[in-house]
Design a protein. Sequence first.
Length: 378
Amino acid sequence: MPAARPSPPTLSTSACLHKQVLYGKIAAWWEGSSSKRMKGAMPMLTEMTKRERLEATIRGEKTDRVPVALWRHFPGDDQDPADLAASTVAFQRQYDFDFIKVTPASSFCVHDWGGEDRWVGNQEGTREYTNYPVQGPDDWYALQRLEPEHGALGAQLRCLELIQKSVGDEVPFIQTIFNPLSQAKNLVGRENLQAHMREHPTAVRTGLETITATTVRFVEAARERGIAGIFLAVQHASYRYLCDREYEEFGIPFDRRILEAADGLWLNVLHLHGTQLMFELLANYPVHIFNWHDRETRPTLGEGHGRVKGAVLGGLRQWETMLRGTPDDVQAEAQDAMEQVGFHRFVLGTGCVTPITAPWANLRAARQVAATHGHSGT
């Protein structure tokens, strides 16, 4: 028989072993880079906790500094809950962002319906789907509600438990939730989804009902694991794929039910993926932070900031700046973003995931510019 796979170390032990080393390196880099800090830095207020800083930012109040959050995929590690938790926590310990976005493979929520994928080297860290279980309209009716405590959903809950055990109340963490229409796309394929919606609308709505009911139950279970909120990923609120009427029928009613399940959490983030967005259509969603590809599509960060009640998250290009740019490019783009919003109701980050090959110096630069620019808010 093959040798048994060794048990992974507990996250708390790993964190203790690496905390001094990682923080020590960051502190040394911090001191060594003081001569490069941006001009115009403002005196700091009393240091806030991450939660205090984020809640004040959402309310539009003054904070000790601009919050910052970057996230990435962990290909390979995202196939095991303990490995994903360990990698997620190590990433946070290294850069000390203001919240953790837990980023599993998108297949975690469709695997138990038969969705299959593989890792082929995408620089975003995303996986390629190899099997779509919905082949015809009857397959939408055949979908069954899943139990969140079992299968791939249960494994993701275990990941959240391990993260909570490691970071406790020190770092807020939020769970990525792919909205029902995004999950439907991963069950049938992007091109096929549009055809099914137009040729078999009743079948698709039936499938979306099953997906939504399952997702609501998963969010309820995730709340019990200590999440601060959800990161609702919306991929089809774009005129590249649908019109307003189609999204009003197949998107909004189901999105709203997911957000109702997350009501009462304090850090719900809406991510609008892609370009040519239906921003106005979703601008009244009851979330705390709005995130979109602000450097690649309208509205600009400043325009979007004026259209929503919560905070906005963005300002950095994931490819041109975070991957192919320099730390100076990161700082310049961050400075421009902060000026667009008047240092108010703003979290520095990217419009989507940070590429897994992005230079570490660029990630450090994003964290540094937020820490050295002084306070934000009114």
